[in-house]
Structure formats: C-alpha cells, structure tokens
Write a protein that binds this ligand. Sequence first.
Ligand code: 4AD
Ligand code: MG
Length: 430
Amino acid sequence: MKEYFIQNAKDFIGEEVTLKGWAYNVRKSGKIWFLMLRDGTGIMQCVVTKFDADEDSFNIKDSITQESSVIVTGEVKEEPRSPGGYEMLAKKVELVSIAEEYPISLKEHGIDYLMDKRHLWLRSKRQHAIMRIRHTIIKSIRDFFDDRDFTLIDTPIFQQAATEGTATLFETDYFGEPAYLTQSGQLYGEAGAAAFGKIYCFGPTFRAEKSKTRRHLTEFWMVEPEMAYYDLDMNMDLAEAFVQYIVSQVLEHRRPELETLERDISILEGIQTPFPRISYTDAVKILQKNGVDFKWGDDFGGADETIISSQFKSPVMVHRYPAAIKAFYMKRDPENEEQVLALDMLAPEGYGEIIGGSQREDDIDLLIQRIKADGATEEDYAWYLDLRRYGSFPHSGFGLGLERVVTWLCGLKHIRETAPFPRTMTRLNP
Ligand code: 4AD
Ligand code: MG
C-alpha cells in the first residue's frame, strides 16, 4: 500500500494521490473553494471547483468546519503562490467526521486556556515545530552514545532511596511499603558502569518541585551517561562534545522549525567547542564584580546563572562546588576538602543549568560519612556501597535535562511547551 504525506509533496508532483487529514482552514468564493488540508506532516492547499470535482464533493463546502476530518483525492502540482509551494486540484472530497465548533480559533488565546486545551493545541504549527525539535534532540542523544559504544542500561522508576535529596521525592505506596518515583537513574547507572564500562540511561524522572518557575517540571526526561575510569576533566570533555553534537544536529535538520519559532539561529551557530570552564570560585568572583552580594558557599539562583552565562557565547561549565550544597555521592576534591568534583553546564542567553554531574566518591569511608551527614543510614544505601566494596573504581557521569535543552534551543520563555503533556505543580490535566 502506498501512502502519501504532504511533507513529501515534491515526490508526487503530477500524480493523482489521496491525502488524509483535517481541515485547517476553509475559504469559499462562489464556484470555487479552498481547503487547507493538514495531515500532521504539513499543510496543502486543495482547490475544489465544480468542473474538476463531482457535485457531492463540491457541496461539502456547506458542511465542513475547522478540524473536520477529510480525505481528498486529486492531482498535485507546483504552485509557488501556495503555502508550501504545492497545490492539489481536488477530484473527490470525502468528509469523515464533522468537527464541532473548534475551541482554538486562529485568533490569540491566553496561555492557561491553551494549556487546558493542550490535547488540541498540539495540532498547531508552533507546537509542531517544538515537538519536532524535541524529537531531533532525542534522536541525537541516542545516536551520540550509541555511536560511542555506550550500552543502554534502563534504570527503575520505583526506587527505595533518594538520589537528589529527600525534599523533592514523590512517595507512593508499594504494597504497604514506601517507594519513591525516581529522581535520577544515576546510582543504578554506576552499577552499570562497573558492569559495562560506559553506559547511559534515558527516561522520565520525577521531582516534587514545590515552586512555580519557568524552568521546573515535576516530570521530565533526563539522559545520564556514566563512565568507568573517567575523571572530572574527561567528564567535561564528553559533556562538551555531546552538547555541541545536539546543537549541530538541530541546526542541520530543523532549520525551518527554528524559523517558525523565530529563533535567532545565528546565536546557535556561534556555539563552539571548547566551551569555557571556570571554577565555582571564579563564578563567585564574576557575580561579585557584577555587584551581586554573593558569599562563597551559597548556591546560585536563576538570576545568578544568567549573569554568569551571559559572559560567554557558548555554554559554560562551572566546576568544583562547595561540598555542602552538592549531593552526597560527589567526590571530595583532593586539593580542597571543602569542595567536590562537580560540574554544572549553564546554557547561554540565561537559559540556566542544562547539565549537572560529577566525579563520584570512590572511597567507602568518605561516602558513608556523607550519607550519615544527610541523616540517612548505611542500610539505606547498602547495595550502592557494595560498588565500593567489590572493585571500587574512579568514575564520573552527568545528567542532561531534555526539556531544558528544548527550551534553550527553541528559545522559549517557559519550559511548559517543551513536553507534549507537561506536568507541573499546578497541572495534571490533560
Ligand atoms: O543536576 P541534577 O539534579 O543532577 C542529577 O540528577 C544527577 N544525578 C545527574 C547525574 O550526574 N547522573 O539534574 C540534572 C539535570 C539538570 O541539570 C537539569 O537540566 C535537569 O536535570 N533538571 C530538571 N529539568 C526540568 N525540571 C526539573 N525540575 C529539573 N530538575 C533537574
Ligand atoms: Mg543540578
């Protein structure tokens, strides 16, 4: 069976084909009407006249409404004046289902209204552009690691212990015992790195983020590579090559979508490796120089990240943070025991943190100290501590937040449009 899609129109010029989709818009003028047919891959103008179409087909103009489902057969020709550059001369139009009055018209609607109608809003040109860019980013994430011999290790969504602190855990009842939705696959990824050398996991992660911000979702996708015998510098080399690859793939394959979103493409084209690398201590100096009242030891807020990243055209990697503000599993800096071998990558233009990672603590005694300092017990992390008992090894990894990268590359003001059905503190529906 041969299928025809509007995005491939150039392959069937001059042929009579059948296209199946929905009425994006209808314009009528006497003996002729124009149907903008949307099939999910593009939009094609179909011209319906009494001469070329049969009478039943022609009369559909009286009942068709916006988003009615419709099948059209006719010849496709090049037409530079038509959107997309092609046009169909319709021979037959079949109405599959008449749509009720569509709640999203071509006029402007408020964001809350559109989010309530997300299941329909996804049909719009803008949402198409964002979802296609998201798709390309996901593909480039997988290709990057697959091409470098990383093994995919899927990590569990139900977990017993926290990875990124207890404050953002979603608790659920697991046959009478508490279980938590995963905040990160990392700890399991470390077991994977001991088994396979280089691994990655990629899936949904969950955080009970109790504040409303434009950067936080409660459910988001994270890709987490974990590499045996990588130190912090090797970890940063990989993170930099990875992000550069994603940017190059989006520029290569999604230019029309970036244009639809009116993204300033030249800024993305200006991104170049090597990315700048600065220590946390240097970042603090940048803030102080810019008049921010910031003390060594504090954590960066969104506004601080914007000031730091605005010094650079490419993403900047900030490394060696105070231990007190970072997770228990990060390796203590041998040069300064107040610090850990952490890295955060901040996107340019104020888009904030896109990567968090570190070299991991491989000394079991130091690790137990950090676990206890967090108020947890050795038993809580018994299997994880085994990885230090049976062949402990230097290793590193990081996590990249998919929706943060989509926000940045698409140039969006808010993260809520980056997921088909986003979850935030105030949204569980649709
Ligand atoms: O910095 P985070 O918390 O790091 C980890 O989870 C590590 N265990 C990763 C690792 O080393 N394997 O989160 C990693 C990234 C952040 O840099 C950010 O891009 C994204 O995940 N992220 C969020 N994205 C959307 N909404 C949220 N609430 C997010 N929290 C983190
Ligand atoms: Mg982080």
